[in-house]
Design a protein around this ligand. Structure first.
Ligand SMILES: [Zn+2]
Length: 231
C-alpha cells in the first residue's frame, strides 16, 4: 500500500492546469457541491469527501476535555502519511475542510496552543504540521513548546513512548499572553503521552485533535461526555 501511495503522490501532474483538481485524488472538482460550504473553500471532491468519517466526540480525561474530530483509521492514516511523510503540502487543508468556520467560532474564545514536531522533523518536512493544518482557521496560534530527540513514536516500545514526555520542553523565553481559557491542538493522538506532557508543562482546559487512535478511543470510551463543541 505504501508503494502505491508513493507513486500516486509523485504523479501529482495533470494536463489541464487551468482546471482545479481534488488535492487527494487529483480528479477535476466539478462534482463538489460548493453550496455546502459557506466560507470554507471547497477542494476535496465528493468521492473523497465520502471517505471522511467524522468521529466528533468529546472525552473528559483527568479534568481536561478532549475533542476528537476523526478516528485515526485507514483513510486518515493514508492522508497523514502522504501529507507529513511524503510532504504533500497540498493536503494541509483537507483535514479541517468543512469544519473550519465552525471551529473558528468555537476556538475564538480560547488561546490556541499547538503541539510541535522535533527540530529534525521540521527541518526534514519544511513545515510544522499542527500550525500548518490549523492555520486555515485564521486564529492566532501559539507555539510555546520544543522537543528534544526525534524518534517516531510508533517505532518505540511502550516504555520508550512513556519517556518521550522527557522530549517535550517549554520554550523559556516565549511570551505567552495571559488567557482565561486555553486549548491544546494536535494532529494525531496516539497514546496521549505527548498531550499529557504538554498539559503538565502548560495547563489547558481543553484539547482538540484532528484524529485519535482507535485504541485511545477504546480506552477512554467510559470518559465520553456530552459536549456542545461538535454541535
Ligand atoms: Zn478526490
Amino acid at each position: 500500500m505504501r508503494a502505491n501511495q508513493r507513486s500516486h503522490s509523485l504523479l501529482r501532474v495533470h494536463d489541464r492546469m487551468d482546471e482545479p483538481v481534488c488535492p487527494i485524488c487529483l480528479e477535476p472538482e466539478r462534482m463538489i457541491p460548493a453550496r455546502l460550504f459557506i466560507d470554507d473553500r471547497p477542494s476535496v471532491c465528493a468521492a473523497c469527501r465520502k471517505r471522511f468519517k467524522p468521529h466528533k466526540r468529546s472525552y473528559a480525561v483527568d479534568g481536561v476535555v478532549f475533542h476528537v474530530l476523526y478516528e485515526y483509521e485507514e483513510w486518515i492514516e493514508t492522508l497523514f502519511f502522504q501529507y507529513k511523510e511524503q510532504r504533500d503540502v497540498a493536503l494541509r487543508d483537507v483535514f479541517l475542510e468543512g469544519e473550519a468556520s465552525a471551529l473558528r467560532r468555537k476556538l475564538r474564545s480560547f488561546q490556541c496552543v499547538a503541539v510541535c514536531s522535533s527540530e529534525a522533523k521540521r527541518a526534514e518536512r519544511g513545515f510544522e504540521p499542527v500550525l500548518d493544518i490549523f492555520s486555515s482557521l485564521n486564529l492566532p496560534l501559539e507555539s510555546p513548546f520544543y522537543r528534544v530527540g526525534s524518534q517516531k513514536q510508533s517505532t518505540l516500545s511502550a516504555s520508550a513512548r512513556r519517556s518521550i514526555q522527557m522530549a517535550l520542553r517549554r520554550k523559556r523565553h516565549y511570551p505567552l499572553p495571559p488567557a482565561k481559557k486555553r486549548i491544546l491542538l494536535d494532529d494525531v493522538l496516539t497514546t496521549g503521552s505527548t498531550i499529557q506532557a504538554a498539559l503538565t508543562l502548560l495547563p489547558c482546559e481543553a484539547v482538540l485533535v484532528v484524529a485519535a487512535h482507535p485504541l485511545w478511543i477504546q480506552t477512554h470510551r467510559h470518559e465520553r461526555i456530552k459536549s456542545r463543541f461538535w454541535k
